[in-house]
Design a protein around this ligand. Structure first.
Ligand SMILES: Cc1cc2nc3c(=O)[nH]c(=O)nc-3n(C[C@H](O)[C@H](O)[C@H](O)COP(=O)(O)O)c2cc1C
Length: 369
């Protein structure tokens, strides 16, 4: 089904409004201007990408890639680059991970002094490198240690602290409702819940009943639903079926960075707003690359862009030839040649009628990620 058809379907639905409950997401003293958030996608949702998405509009809060608390305290150059931001990139949450409560609290204090709006604790990452040190989703297996760590972080700062987690380690250990309740008592300002277990990785469907159980477990704090939201219908379903206060979107925003603008527009007017033109999509891609180059230089920008190129190619529905040139991009001059050709050729026929592009996720057994 094409994007346009989905949006048409939504526009035709009656009554179409989003559930009104929790229209404003309030995290401690911070009131978000939109209840649609950008999920962290390590390696993708970098500072330049966030800036361009914010320029399109509709985004309530963005989060950095997960940051190793110990590396932050050591001030490693790579880590400091990963938290680079500016006034135009606000409000921003920096996501930290680690298993040492003292280090995590100290890192949160450091970030508060640095000026970020929110500290987010990663409790969902299934990747071996993170889990083997007791961080990420491994924290869901150690209730008392984890609650103690989260409390230590909350008590260390005045800014809101959130936790992003999965439903649990596996289907036999759906511990998210328990943790959410405990975290609320510890003073956490909100939780973001990816509706899968660690064992699921990115397979299977998002369990919205599982997210609803988290919503029902807390008394006051907002619960943000996450997982597989690609369009307005998905967001509506997430809000309606879970009762969550807001929605966090990751891969859907890589495929369609206009999704936040569409959702915000829909809430205001009942219409998603015009579909971005082919040329606007190219402009977005170009601005992303040039901001990357401004931040880190041409060579780094081209290397970073290669990973992102696959997503842009899917969205633009370009052929293999262009895709191969973009994933091997070496210079800005090459990029200019490629986009000049794309603009000359105009959108391919599938731009109007092709199926919704599919989203690649990490492959292989989860133990080896
Ligand atoms: C490539 C990739 C990188 C990710 N990096 C992070 C991360 O750094 N921190 C985090 O909490 N979640 C991370 N996630 C999980 C996403 O934030 C999100 O929870 C998940 O992709 C489901 O949402 P979506 O279907 O909207 O993408 C990552 C996911 C992917 C696919």
């Amino acid at each position: 089904m094409s994007d346009t058809t989905i949006l048409d379907e939504v526009a035709a639905a009656s009554p179409p409004a989003f559930p009104a409950r929790g229209r404003r997401v309030v995290l401690g003293k911070l009131t978000l201007t939109s209840r649609f958030l950008l999920s962290p996608l390590a390696g993708y949702t970098n500072f330049p990408f966030r800036l361009v998405v914010r320029e399109v509009g509709g985004l309530g809060l963005a989060t950095t890639d997960l940051i190793n608390a110990r590396a932050l305290l050591r001030g490693t150059p790579r880590t400091l680059e990963m938290i680079e931001t500016s006034a135009a990139d606000a409000p921003l949450a920096v996501q930290i991970y680690g298993a040492d409560a003292r280090e995590m609290a100290e890192a949160a204090r450091w970030l508060q002094d640095y000026g970020v709006a929110v500290v987010d604790i990663n409790m969902g990452c299934p990747v071996h490198k993170v889990v083997k040190g007791g961080g990420g989703s491994a924290m869901m297996c150690d209730p008392s240690g984890t609650v103690g760590l989260v409390r230590a972080v909350v008590e260390a700062v005045r800014i809101p602290v959130t936790v992003k987690m999965r439903l649990g380690w596996d289907e036999h250990n759906l511990t998210a409702p328990f943790f959410a309740r405990e975290f609320e008592q510890a003073g956490v300002a909100g939780v973001i819940i990816h509706g899968r277990t660690r064992a699921q990785g990115f397979h299977g469907h998002v369990n919205r009943d599982g997210i609803r159980a988290v919503v029902e477990a807390v008394a006051r704090i907002p619960v943000i639903g996450n997982g597989d939201v690609r369009n307005i219908v998905d967001a509506q379903t997430m809000l309606r079926e879970t009762g969550c206060a807001g929605v966090s979107i990751g891969r859907g925003a890589l495929l369609n960075p206009w999704i936040f603008r569409d959702l915000a527009c829909w809430e205001r007017t009942g219409q998603p707003g015009p579909r971005p033109e082919y040329g606007q999509r190219i402009d977005f891609m170009s601005r992303h690359l040039y901001l990357l180059a401004k931040q880190r230089g041409e060579r780094f920008a081209c290397l970073t862009f290669r990973k992102m190129a696959n997503w842009y190619c899917r969205a633009l529905r370009v052929g293999r030839d262009v895709q191969q040139r973009l994933v091997m991009l070496a210079t800005l001059a090459d990029f200019e040649d490629i986009i000049a050709e794309l603009r000359d050729q105009g959108p391919p026929p599938s731009w109007h009628h092709g199926p919704e592009p599919q989203v690649p996720v990490p492959r292989g057994p989860i133990e080896r990620w």
